[in-house]
Design a protein around this ligand. Structure first.
Ligand SMILES: [Mn+2]
Length: 460
Protein backbone atom coordinates (compact mmCIF):
# COMPACT_ATOMS: atom_id res chain seq x y z
CA UNK A 1 0.00 0.00 0.00
CA UNK A 2 1.07 3.57 -0.75
CA UNK A 3 2.88 4.91 2.36
CA UNK A 4 0.82 8.08 2.17
CA UNK A 5 -2.41 6.11 2.41
CA UNK A 6 -0.89 4.15 5.30
CA UNK A 7 -0.11 7.44 7.07
CA UNK A 8 -3.74 8.48 6.66
CA UNK A 9 -4.96 5.12 7.98
CA UNK A 10 -2.87 5.56 11.12
CA UNK A 11 -4.30 9.02 11.67
CA UNK A 12 -7.80 7.62 11.07
CA UNK A 13 -7.16 4.96 13.74
CA UNK A 14 -6.19 7.63 16.33
CA UNK A 15 -9.31 9.64 15.51
CA UNK A 16 -11.54 6.55 15.63
CA UNK A 17 -10.26 5.58 19.09
CA UNK A 18 -10.81 9.12 20.32
CA UNK A 19 -14.37 9.27 18.96
CA UNK A 20 -15.27 5.94 20.55
CA UNK A 21 -14.57 7.41 23.99
CA UNK A 22 -16.98 10.32 23.61
CA UNK A 23 -20.44 10.71 25.10
CA UNK A 24 -21.63 13.34 22.61
CA UNK A 25 -20.22 14.76 19.35
CA UNK A 26 -21.15 18.02 17.61
CA UNK A 27 -20.82 17.56 13.82
CA UNK A 28 -20.56 20.26 11.18
CA UNK A 29 -20.42 19.20 7.57
CA UNK A 30 -20.46 20.87 4.15
CA UNK A 31 -23.85 21.15 2.43
CA UNK A 32 -22.91 19.58 -0.92
CA UNK A 33 -23.26 15.92 -1.91
CA UNK A 34 -19.90 14.98 -0.40
CA UNK A 35 -20.59 16.85 2.84
CA UNK A 36 -24.05 15.34 3.20
CA UNK A 37 -22.78 11.78 2.74
CA UNK A 38 -19.93 12.59 5.16
CA UNK A 39 -22.47 13.64 7.79
CA UNK A 40 -24.48 10.47 7.19
CA UNK A 41 -21.42 8.20 7.56
CA UNK A 42 -20.24 9.78 10.82
CA UNK A 43 -23.69 9.95 12.40
CA UNK A 44 -24.34 6.29 11.49
CA UNK A 45 -20.99 5.18 12.92
CA UNK A 46 -21.61 7.05 16.18
CA UNK A 47 -25.21 5.92 16.47
CA UNK A 48 -24.15 2.28 16.17
CA UNK A 49 -21.97 2.84 19.24
CA UNK A 50 -24.88 4.57 21.02
CA UNK A 51 -23.02 7.89 21.00
CA UNK A 52 -25.47 10.72 20.34
CA UNK A 53 -24.51 13.47 17.93
CA UNK A 54 -25.95 16.70 16.58
CA UNK A 55 -25.40 17.42 12.85
CA UNK A 56 -25.49 20.76 11.05
CA UNK A 57 -24.72 21.21 7.35
CA UNK A 58 -23.23 24.54 6.37
CA UNK A 59 -22.56 26.20 2.99
CA UNK A 60 -19.25 27.53 4.32
CA UNK A 61 -17.36 27.74 7.57
CA UNK A 62 -16.96 31.29 8.84
CA UNK A 63 -16.63 32.76 12.32
CA UNK A 64 -20.03 34.45 12.37
CA UNK A 65 -21.83 31.39 10.99
CA UNK A 66 -20.24 29.08 13.56
CA UNK A 67 -20.98 31.57 16.34
CA UNK A 68 -24.70 31.09 15.67
CA UNK A 69 -24.33 27.50 16.91
CA UNK A 70 -22.14 28.15 19.96
CA UNK A 71 -24.87 27.39 22.47
CA UNK A 72 -24.65 23.73 21.43
CA UNK A 73 -20.91 23.52 22.22
CA UNK A 74 -20.99 22.07 25.72
CA UNK A 75 -17.83 22.00 27.76
CA UNK A 76 -15.41 19.42 26.32
CA UNK A 77 -17.80 18.49 23.50
CA UNK A 78 -15.64 17.55 20.53
CA UNK A 79 -16.40 19.54 17.39
CA UNK A 80 -16.16 17.33 14.30
CA UNK A 81 -15.80 19.09 10.95
CA UNK A 82 -16.38 17.02 7.82
CA UNK A 83 -15.54 18.10 4.25
CA UNK A 84 -14.55 21.52 5.62
CA UNK A 85 -12.38 23.11 8.28
CA UNK A 86 -8.81 22.72 7.00
CA UNK A 87 -8.49 26.29 5.81
CA UNK A 88 -10.31 27.79 8.81
CA UNK A 89 -8.01 27.01 11.72
CA UNK A 90 -7.94 30.72 12.61
CA UNK A 91 -11.68 30.43 13.34
CA UNK A 92 -11.63 26.99 15.00
CA UNK A 93 -8.70 27.64 17.33
CA UNK A 94 -10.74 30.28 19.16
CA UNK A 95 -12.84 27.51 20.72
CA UNK A 96 -11.61 25.63 23.80
CA UNK A 97 -13.30 22.40 22.60
CA UNK A 98 -11.31 19.56 21.03
CA UNK A 99 -11.46 19.85 17.23
CA UNK A 100 -11.51 16.96 14.74
CA UNK A 101 -11.14 17.74 11.03
CA UNK A 102 -11.85 15.18 8.28
CA UNK A 103 -11.36 17.25 5.14
CA UNK A 104 -9.76 17.20 1.68
CA UNK A 105 -9.53 20.91 0.92
CA UNK A 106 -6.22 22.73 0.71
CA UNK A 107 -4.92 24.81 3.62
CA UNK A 108 -2.18 27.35 4.31
CA UNK A 109 -1.97 27.21 8.10
CA UNK A 110 -1.89 23.57 9.27
CA UNK A 111 -4.51 23.02 11.98
CA UNK A 112 -2.85 22.36 15.34
CA UNK A 113 -5.01 19.48 16.42
CA UNK A 114 -3.92 15.85 16.80
CA UNK A 115 -7.19 14.90 15.10
CA UNK A 116 -6.54 16.29 11.62
CA UNK A 117 -7.02 13.97 8.61
CA UNK A 118 -6.43 15.46 5.17
CA UNK A 119 -4.82 13.85 2.07
CA UNK A 120 -3.03 17.14 1.28
CA UNK A 121 -1.26 16.76 4.64
CA UNK A 122 0.44 13.54 3.47
CA UNK A 123 1.04 14.59 -0.15
CA UNK A 124 -2.02 13.05 -1.82
CA UNK A 125 -4.41 15.07 -3.96
CA UNK A 126 -7.60 16.08 -2.21
CA UNK A 127 -9.02 17.03 -5.59
CA UNK A 128 -8.96 13.58 -7.15
CA UNK A 129 -7.81 10.85 -4.74
CA UNK A 130 -10.10 11.01 -1.71
CA UNK A 131 -12.97 13.25 -0.67
CA UNK A 132 -14.67 14.13 2.63
CA UNK A 133 -16.93 11.08 2.61
CA UNK A 134 -13.96 8.80 1.88
CA UNK A 135 -12.09 10.18 4.90
CA UNK A 136 -15.14 9.81 7.13
CA UNK A 137 -15.53 6.23 5.99
CA UNK A 138 -11.86 5.55 6.70
CA UNK A 139 -12.46 6.66 10.31
CA UNK A 140 -15.81 4.83 10.55
CA UNK A 141 -14.23 1.56 9.43
CA UNK A 142 -11.61 1.92 12.19
CA UNK A 143 -14.38 2.57 14.73
CA UNK A 144 -15.92 -0.77 13.80
CA UNK A 145 -15.11 -3.06 10.85
CA UNK A 146 -18.86 -3.67 10.52
CA UNK A 147 -19.07 -0.14 9.13
CA UNK A 148 -17.77 -1.54 5.83
CA UNK A 149 -21.36 -1.18 4.57
CA UNK A 150 -21.04 2.62 4.77
CA UNK A 151 -18.51 2.43 1.91
CA UNK A 152 -21.45 2.78 -0.47
CA UNK A 153 -22.01 6.30 0.91
CA UNK A 154 -18.30 7.05 0.49
CA UNK A 155 -18.70 6.13 -3.19
CA UNK A 156 -21.63 8.55 -3.47
CA UNK A 157 -19.36 11.29 -2.06
CA UNK A 158 -16.68 10.44 -4.64
CA UNK A 159 -19.30 10.57 -7.40
CA UNK A 160 -20.68 13.91 -6.16
CA UNK A 161 -17.25 15.55 -6.07
CA UNK A 162 -16.47 14.06 -9.51
CA UNK A 163 -13.25 12.53 -8.27
CA UNK A 164 -11.25 9.83 -10.01
CA UNK A 165 -11.16 6.13 -9.09
CA UNK A 166 -7.47 6.23 -8.25
CA UNK A 167 -5.32 5.96 -5.11
CA UNK A 168 -7.35 5.98 -1.87
CA UNK A 169 -10.65 6.11 -3.78
CA UNK A 170 -9.72 2.95 -5.67
CA UNK A 171 -9.03 1.23 -2.36
CA UNK A 172 -12.52 2.11 -1.09
CA UNK A 173 -14.01 0.74 -4.31
CA UNK A 174 -12.03 -2.50 -3.96
CA UNK A 175 -13.16 -3.01 -0.37
CA UNK A 176 -16.79 -2.31 -1.31
CA UNK A 177 -16.57 -4.81 -4.17
CA UNK A 178 -14.94 -7.50 -2.02
CA UNK A 179 -17.58 -7.05 0.69
CA UNK A 180 -20.30 -7.57 -1.91
CA UNK A 181 -22.06 -4.33 -1.11
CA UNK A 182 -21.90 -3.09 -4.70
CA UNK A 183 -22.47 -4.48 -8.16
CA UNK A 184 -21.17 -2.91 -11.34
CA UNK A 185 -22.97 -2.15 -14.59
CA UNK A 186 -20.79 -1.28 -17.56
CA UNK A 187 -21.65 1.12 -20.39
CA UNK A 188 -23.43 4.43 -20.23
CA UNK A 189 -23.27 5.85 -16.69
CA UNK A 190 -26.93 6.73 -16.19
CA UNK A 191 -29.60 6.32 -13.55
CA UNK A 192 -32.34 3.69 -13.55
CA UNK A 193 -35.78 4.08 -15.09
CA UNK A 194 -37.32 4.55 -18.53
CA UNK A 195 -34.69 5.63 -21.04
CA UNK A 196 -37.13 8.23 -22.37
CA UNK A 197 -37.26 9.83 -18.88
CA UNK A 198 -33.50 9.58 -18.41
CA UNK A 199 -32.77 11.50 -21.62
CA UNK A 200 -35.35 14.13 -20.65
CA UNK A 201 -33.54 15.07 -17.44
CA UNK A 202 -29.95 13.84 -17.55
CA UNK A 203 -27.05 16.30 -17.67
CA UNK A 204 -24.40 13.57 -18.09
CA UNK A 205 -24.58 13.10 -21.03
CA UNK A 206 -26.28 16.27 -22.27
CA UNK A 207 -27.16 15.54 -25.91
CA UNK A 208 -28.86 17.28 -28.83
CA UNK A 209 -32.00 15.29 -27.93
CA UNK A 210 -32.00 16.11 -24.20
CA UNK A 211 -35.29 17.55 -23.01
CA UNK A 212 -37.08 16.98 -26.35
CA UNK A 213 -39.57 14.05 -26.15
CA UNK A 214 -40.02 13.68 -29.95
CA UNK A 215 -36.29 13.57 -30.66
CA UNK A 216 -35.72 11.18 -27.77
CA UNK A 217 -38.39 8.81 -29.08
CA UNK A 218 -36.93 8.98 -32.59
CA UNK A 219 -33.44 8.24 -31.22
CA UNK A 220 -34.58 5.33 -29.05
CA UNK A 221 -36.85 3.72 -31.63
CA UNK A 222 -34.03 3.99 -34.19
CA UNK A 223 -31.99 1.83 -31.83
CA UNK A 224 -34.87 -0.55 -31.08
CA UNK A 225 -34.87 0.62 -27.45
CA UNK A 226 -38.17 2.43 -27.30
CA UNK A 227 -40.04 1.82 -24.02
CA UNK A 228 -37.03 0.15 -22.36
CA UNK A 229 -35.71 0.76 -18.86
CA UNK A 230 -31.99 1.28 -18.22
CA UNK A 231 -31.82 -1.42 -15.55
CA UNK A 232 -33.43 -4.02 -17.85
CA UNK A 233 -31.11 -3.58 -20.83
CA UNK A 234 -29.20 -6.66 -21.93
CA UNK A 235 -25.49 -6.12 -22.35
CA UNK A 236 -25.97 -5.99 -26.14
CA UNK A 237 -28.68 -3.35 -25.80
CA UNK A 238 -26.49 -1.34 -23.44
CA UNK A 239 -23.68 -1.57 -25.96
CA UNK A 240 -25.96 -0.33 -28.75
CA UNK A 241 -27.01 2.62 -26.59
CA UNK A 242 -23.48 3.43 -25.45
CA UNK A 243 -22.16 3.29 -29.03
CA UNK A 244 -24.91 5.61 -30.28
CA UNK A 245 -24.27 8.16 -27.53
CA UNK A 246 -20.50 7.88 -28.06
CA UNK A 247 -20.97 8.60 -31.77
CA UNK A 248 -22.97 11.73 -31.01
CA UNK A 249 -20.30 12.98 -28.63
CA UNK A 250 -17.33 12.04 -30.81
CA UNK A 251 -18.83 13.87 -33.80
CA UNK A 252 -18.92 17.05 -31.73
CA UNK A 253 -15.45 16.50 -30.28
CA UNK A 254 -16.84 16.14 -26.75
CA UNK A 255 -14.13 13.75 -25.61
CA UNK A 256 -14.19 14.70 -21.94
CA UNK A 257 -17.96 14.43 -21.83
CA UNK A 258 -17.59 10.97 -23.30
CA UNK A 259 -15.02 9.99 -20.67
CA UNK A 260 -17.35 11.20 -17.93
CA UNK A 261 -20.47 9.36 -19.07
CA UNK A 262 -19.11 6.00 -20.18
CA UNK A 263 -17.64 3.50 -17.76
CA UNK A 264 -18.85 1.78 -14.61
CA UNK A 265 -22.09 2.54 -12.82
CA UNK A 266 -22.06 1.35 -9.22
CA UNK A 267 -25.20 -0.31 -7.90
CA UNK A 268 -25.35 0.03 -4.13
CA UNK A 269 -26.93 -3.14 -2.81
CA UNK A 270 -27.54 -1.75 0.68
CA UNK A 271 -29.03 1.64 -0.26
CA UNK A 272 -32.67 2.57 -0.70
CA UNK A 273 -31.76 4.19 -4.03
CA UNK A 274 -29.52 1.59 -5.59
CA UNK A 275 -28.08 3.38 -8.64
CA UNK A 276 -25.22 5.69 -7.64
CA UNK A 277 -26.02 8.22 -10.41
CA UNK A 278 -29.56 8.52 -9.05
CA UNK A 279 -28.57 8.66 -5.40
CA UNK A 280 -25.87 11.30 -5.87
CA UNK A 281 -28.24 13.34 -8.06
CA UNK A 282 -30.99 13.16 -5.44
CA UNK A 283 -28.67 14.08 -2.58
CA UNK A 284 -27.27 17.03 -4.53
CA UNK A 285 -30.75 18.29 -5.40
CA UNK A 286 -31.84 18.08 -1.76
CA UNK A 287 -28.74 20.12 -0.94
CA UNK A 288 -29.63 22.74 -3.55
CA UNK A 289 -33.06 23.08 -1.94
CA UNK A 290 -31.40 23.29 1.52
CA UNK A 291 -33.15 20.05 2.58
CA UNK A 292 -30.09 18.74 4.37
CA UNK A 293 -31.90 16.61 6.95
CA UNK A 294 -33.87 14.93 4.20
CA UNK A 295 -30.68 14.11 2.29
CA UNK A 296 -28.98 12.63 5.36
CA UNK A 297 -32.12 10.62 6.21
CA UNK A 298 -32.16 9.16 2.71
CA UNK A 299 -28.47 8.23 3.02
CA UNK A 300 -29.41 6.45 6.26
CA UNK A 301 -32.10 4.49 4.38
CA UNK A 302 -35.13 6.13 5.99
CA UNK A 303 -37.96 5.09 3.61
CA UNK A 304 -40.10 8.08 4.65
CA UNK A 305 -37.49 10.42 3.07
CA UNK A 306 -37.70 8.91 -0.39
CA UNK A 307 -40.79 10.52 -1.86
CA UNK A 308 -39.91 14.10 -0.92
CA UNK A 309 -36.30 13.64 -1.93
CA UNK A 310 -37.34 12.36 -5.36
CA UNK A 311 -39.63 15.30 -5.85
CA UNK A 312 -36.78 17.77 -5.14
CA UNK A 313 -34.65 15.82 -7.60
CA UNK A 314 -37.27 16.11 -10.35
CA UNK A 315 -37.87 19.80 -9.65
CA UNK A 316 -34.16 20.61 -9.60
CA UNK A 317 -33.48 18.73 -12.82
CA UNK A 318 -36.42 20.36 -14.64
CA UNK A 319 -35.25 23.84 -13.69
CA UNK A 320 -31.65 23.08 -14.62
CA UNK A 321 -32.45 21.50 -17.99
CA UNK A 322 -34.71 24.43 -18.87
CA UNK A 323 -32.05 26.91 -17.79
CA UNK A 324 -29.37 25.18 -19.86
CA UNK A 325 -31.67 24.90 -22.91
CA UNK A 326 -32.30 28.65 -22.67
CA UNK A 327 -28.60 29.43 -22.29
CA UNK A 328 -27.23 27.39 -25.21
CA UNK A 329 -28.74 29.60 -27.98
CA UNK A 330 -27.30 32.66 -26.18
CA UNK A 331 -23.75 31.28 -26.44
CA UNK A 332 -21.51 33.87 -28.12
CA UNK A 333 -18.02 33.68 -29.54
CA UNK A 334 -15.79 36.03 -27.56
CA UNK A 335 -12.48 35.29 -29.31
CA UNK A 336 -10.55 32.91 -27.07
CA UNK A 337 -13.64 32.14 -24.99
CA UNK A 338 -17.31 31.39 -25.47
CA UNK A 339 -19.71 33.21 -23.18
CA UNK A 340 -23.35 33.51 -22.17
CA UNK A 341 -24.89 36.52 -20.47
CA UNK A 342 -28.11 35.60 -18.67
CA UNK A 343 -30.49 36.92 -16.07
CA UNK A 344 -31.19 34.98 -12.87
CA UNK A 345 -29.71 31.75 -14.24
CA UNK A 346 -30.46 28.80 -11.95
CA UNK A 347 -26.92 27.46 -11.73
CA UNK A 348 -24.36 29.25 -13.88
CA UNK A 349 -21.53 26.92 -12.86
CA UNK A 350 -23.39 23.75 -13.83
CA UNK A 351 -24.53 25.43 -17.06
CA UNK A 352 -20.96 26.35 -18.02
CA UNK A 353 -19.82 22.80 -17.14
CA UNK A 354 -22.44 21.19 -19.35
CA UNK A 355 -21.74 23.54 -22.27
CA UNK A 356 -17.98 23.01 -22.25
CA UNK A 357 -18.31 19.25 -21.87
CA UNK A 358 -21.22 18.53 -24.18
CA UNK A 359 -22.05 21.48 -26.43
CA UNK A 360 -18.89 23.31 -27.40
CA UNK A 361 -15.61 21.98 -26.02
CA UNK A 362 -13.45 24.13 -28.30
CA UNK A 363 -13.04 27.08 -25.95
CA UNK A 364 -13.46 27.78 -22.23
CA UNK A 365 -17.04 28.78 -21.39
CA UNK A 366 -17.96 31.73 -19.19
CA UNK A 367 -21.48 32.29 -17.87
CA UNK A 368 -22.33 35.75 -16.56
CA UNK A 369 -25.41 35.78 -14.43
CA UNK A 370 -26.90 39.21 -13.86
CA UNK A 371 -28.91 39.11 -10.66
CA UNK A 372 -29.75 41.42 -7.75
CA UNK A 373 -27.65 44.34 -8.98
CA UNK A 374 -24.40 42.47 -9.42
CA UNK A 375 -22.96 39.86 -11.76
CA UNK A 376 -21.91 36.35 -10.79
CA UNK A 377 -19.47 34.77 -13.20
CA UNK A 378 -18.62 31.11 -13.61
CA UNK A 379 -16.02 29.72 -15.97
CA UNK A 380 -15.27 26.14 -16.95
CA UNK A 381 -12.58 24.60 -19.12
CA UNK A 382 -11.46 21.14 -20.16
CA UNK A 383 -8.34 19.19 -19.26
CA UNK A 384 -7.16 19.58 -22.85
CA UNK A 385 -7.41 23.39 -22.51
CA UNK A 386 -5.48 23.19 -19.23
CA UNK A 387 -2.71 21.37 -21.09
CA UNK A 388 -2.76 24.22 -23.62
CA UNK A 389 -2.07 26.69 -20.81
CA UNK A 390 -5.52 27.71 -19.55
CA UNK A 391 -5.69 28.86 -15.94
CA UNK A 392 -9.15 30.24 -15.24
CA UNK A 393 -8.29 30.96 -11.62
CA UNK A 394 -5.54 33.43 -12.55
CA UNK A 395 -7.59 34.94 -15.39
CA UNK A 396 -10.69 35.40 -13.22
CA UNK A 397 -8.76 36.90 -10.31
CA UNK A 398 -6.97 39.46 -12.49
CA UNK A 399 -9.93 40.38 -14.69
CA UNK A 400 -12.43 40.57 -11.82
CA UNK A 401 -10.14 42.73 -9.70
CA UNK A 402 -9.48 45.01 -12.68
CA UNK A 403 -13.20 45.88 -12.81
CA UNK A 404 -13.64 46.16 -9.03
CA UNK A 405 -14.90 42.64 -8.33
CA UNK A 406 -13.32 39.46 -7.00
CA UNK A 407 -12.70 36.06 -8.54
CA UNK A 408 -10.65 32.89 -8.43
CA UNK A 409 -10.94 29.16 -7.88
CA UNK A 410 -9.18 26.40 -9.79
CA UNK A 411 -7.47 26.29 -13.16
CA UNK A 412 -10.35 24.36 -14.75
CA UNK A 413 -13.27 25.89 -12.84
CA UNK A 414 -13.51 29.38 -11.40
CA UNK A 415 -16.04 31.92 -10.31
CA UNK A 416 -16.40 35.43 -9.07
CA UNK A 417 -18.61 38.43 -8.65
CA UNK A 418 -18.49 41.75 -10.51
CA UNK A 419 -20.14 45.14 -10.03
CA UNK A 420 -23.16 45.78 -12.29
CA UNK A 421 -22.33 47.11 -15.75
CA UNK A 422 -18.78 45.77 -15.91
CA UNK A 423 -19.50 42.65 -17.98
CA UNK A 424 -18.06 43.97 -21.26
CA UNK A 425 -14.83 45.15 -19.64
CA UNK A 426 -14.49 41.88 -17.72
CA UNK A 427 -14.96 39.79 -20.87
CA UNK A 428 -12.46 41.89 -22.81
CA UNK A 429 -9.79 41.52 -20.10
CA UNK A 430 -10.43 37.85 -19.43
CA UNK A 431 -10.29 37.13 -23.17
CA UNK A 432 -6.91 38.84 -23.45
CA UNK A 433 -5.47 36.97 -20.48
CA UNK A 434 -6.75 33.58 -21.65
CA UNK A 435 -5.51 34.31 -25.19
CA UNK A 436 -2.00 34.82 -23.80
CA UNK A 437 -2.22 31.77 -21.52
CA UNK A 438 -3.23 29.42 -24.31
CA UNK A 439 -0.78 30.89 -26.83
CA UNK A 440 1.97 29.96 -24.37
CA UNK A 441 1.30 26.25 -24.79
CA UNK A 442 1.17 25.55 -21.07
CA UNK A 443 3.58 24.17 -18.51
CA UNK A 444 4.00 20.44 -18.15
CA UNK A 445 3.05 19.70 -14.57
CA UNK A 446 3.08 15.93 -15.06
CA UNK A 447 0.00 13.74 -15.26
CA UNK A 448 -0.68 13.44 -11.53
CA UNK A 449 -0.67 17.19 -10.95
CA UNK A 450 -2.77 17.78 -14.05
CA UNK A 451 -5.34 15.21 -13.05
CA UNK A 452 -5.34 16.62 -9.55
CA UNK A 453 -5.94 20.17 -10.67
CA UNK A 454 -8.38 19.38 -13.37
CA UNK A 455 -11.25 17.90 -11.46
CA UNK A 456 -12.15 19.83 -8.34
CA UNK A 457 -15.03 22.23 -8.66
CA UNK A 458 -15.21 25.38 -6.59
CA UNK A 459 -18.15 26.26 -4.39
CA UNK A 460 -19.45 29.00 -6.65
MN1 LIG B 1 -15.92 17.55 -0.77
Amino acid sequence: MDDRIKAMEEKAETIAQYLKDQIFVRIFSHNDGDGLTSAAIMSAALKRLHIPCHVTNLPKLEADILALHEDSFYEDTPLLFCDMGSAQWDVLKEYPNPVIILDHHQFKERPETPYFLNPEDVGLSGATMICGAGLCWMVAEKMDPANIDLASLALVGIESDRQLMISANELILEKAKNAGIIDIRKGLRIGDGLLSDIFMYTLEPYLDITGNPELIEEFLSGLGLSGKRAEDLTSDEMKTLTDAVSRKLTEKGCIEGLEACVGETYLLNNCLVRNICDLSGIINSCGNFKEYGLAVSLCLNDPSALEDALSYYRQGREILIRSIAESVPLLKDGGCINFVIGNDMYNAGETASVIVRYVNPEKPVICLNVSDGFIKVSGRGTRRQIRQGLNLSVAFKEAAEAVGGRGGGHNIASGGSLPAGTEDDFLKIVNEIIGKQMAGGGADDGPEKQAADAWILPAW
